[in-house]
Ligand binder design. Structure first.
Ligand SMILES: [Zn+2]
Ligand SMILES: [Zn+2]
Length: 188
């Protein structure tokens, strides 16, 4: 079910998990219109890939997610989320240095548990927990306040490539004279 910005309880990234009904799943489709905080994530992606320019229409982001507040005997009250992060971004081809539009798509599952576990030595090295019958990435809420930027940013970045190419068969630049071997040839 889609919500407009007036009644979207995720219009801001920090949510009070007590606002969600116990053990009841709610689904959302977030975009920059109904959740303006997603713009910051696109800006972070741009800072990571540093394209020379971003043509209009290249950048987009859409987050489908289902969330549920629940509790169990191990963690107490928690927020469970799963969904898909999709979007478009501009990156510089690592071989020929030409900017190219790319897309990302990444499924995610995560749970926000009480922040006190963050300082618990038992959870120091833990970044996934078994909760809600799923293996979920571990995040923390602070006295019931969960910042969804954490899980959504992680999903978006995991969906982007570490090795952007404008084309799978990019020939790159000549190491000697620097010409673009995709469009020109040289004697080297
Ligand atoms: Zn290239
Ligand atoms: Zn050359």
């Amino acid at each position: 079910m889609e919500h407009n910005i007036k009644d979207n309880p995720l219009a801001e990234s920090v949510i009070l998990i007590s606002k969600f009904r116990d053990a009841e799943e709610t689904s959302f489709v977030l975009n920059r219109e109904n959740a303006p905080w997603l713009t910051k994530i696109l800006d972070n992606i741009k800072n990571e890939f540093e394209p020379d320019s971003v043509p209009e229409g290249t950048e987009n982001i859409e987050i489908e997610l289902t969330l549920k507040r629940d509790s169990n005997s191990t963690f107490g009250e928690y927020l469970y989320l799963e969904g898909v992060a999709r979007g478009g971004y501009q990156a510089t081809c690592v071989k020929c240095l030409v900017d190219t539009p790319l897309t990302f798509e990444k499924e995610f599952k995560g749970a926000y548990v009480n922040k006190r576990y963050e300082d618990d030595p038992e959870y120091e090295e833990v970044d996934e927990i078994f909760i809600n019958n799923e293996t979920a990435d571990l995040f923390f809420h602070d006295r019931g306040k969960a910042d969804l930027v954490d899980i959504v940013t992680e999903a978006c970045f995991l969906g982007t490539t570490r090795y952007p190419l404008h084309d799978e068969d990019c020939k790159g630049l000549c190491h000697t004279c620097g010409i673009d071997l995709n469009t020109e040839t040289c004697k080297h």
